[in-house]
Design a protein around this ligand. Structure first.
Ligand SMILES: Cc1cc2nc3c(=O)[nH]c(=O)nc-3n(C[C@H](O)[C@H](O)[C@H](O)COP(=O)(O)O)c2cc1C
Length: 192
């Protein structure tokens, strides 16, 4: 748990492209989490953590027997969070490969932790990516929540490296964090 017994919320920035826009949304979500005051925040930028591929771990992640130091560090970082927001684009109607790898790399560390999504992209706002991710978080025993942030045509909302939310998104992020807070409290007894 974080300071003053506040749960720790991992804000996962899923895009690692050199020319990405996702980090601007990630920064905006993280700032709203700090404002909300219900969580400590860990911004987990997949472009910075440089995770190994699951192919280089010989054992099933459920065993927790990791051979790579970077996997061990990933395991500890995920275990230290009690909830997550995944900030994700949509690539070919699915989640980005680095996000899938990050989810697959460890297992029990995700168990019984609620997850919300802030998605973005073209006209669909990344919703198909979120549906894809929801299938994958189920066997990890994560609990996806309904409330979310959606940013269609995201590039129209970014200027000089800053994401400017509209009114709907401003309301949605607050509702998302309130619900995440409630569900996190309810799931705490099940978390290891
Ligand atoms: C490989 C690739 C596939 C994409 N596929 C989709 C898609 O299926 N749906 C969509 O709305 N946008 C798609 N896009 C456009 C992205 O929404 C847009 O490039 C966005 O900026 C990607 O997020 P990022 O810049 O944070 O990586 C795709 C972009 C890339 C690079």
């Amino acid at each position: 748990m974080g300071s003053a017994d506040r749960p720790r919320l991992g804000v996962i920035v899923a895009s690692v492209r050199d020319a990405r826009v996702g980090h601007t949304l990630g920064e905006w979500v993280a700032a709203r989490v700090r404002e909300h005051q219900g969580f400590d925040v860990d911004v987990i930028d997949l472009a910075e953590v440089a995770l190994p591929m699951t192919t280089s771990e010989p054992h099933h992640p459920r065993t927790g027997q990791y051979v790579n130091e970077s996997t061990k560090a990933w395991s500890a970082r995920i275990a230290a969070c009690q909830a997550f927001v995944i900030v994700t684009p949509e690539y070919n109607y699915g989640m980005p490969a680095p996000l899938k790898n990050a989810l697959d790399l460890v297992s029990t560390e995700w168990n019984y932790k609620p997850v919300a999504f802030a998605s973005y992209g073209g006209i669909s706002g990344g919703l198909r990516s979120v549906e894809h991710a929801k299938q994958v978080v189920l066997p990890l025993r994560m609990v996806p929540i309904l409330e979310s942030v959606v940013a269609p045509m995201v590039f129209e909302q970014i200027a000089d490296g800053v994401f400017t939310p509209n009114e709907v998104q401003q309301g949605a992020v607050k509702q998302m964090l309130d619900e995440l807070s409630r569900v996190t409290a309810a799931l705490r007894p099940l978390q290891g």
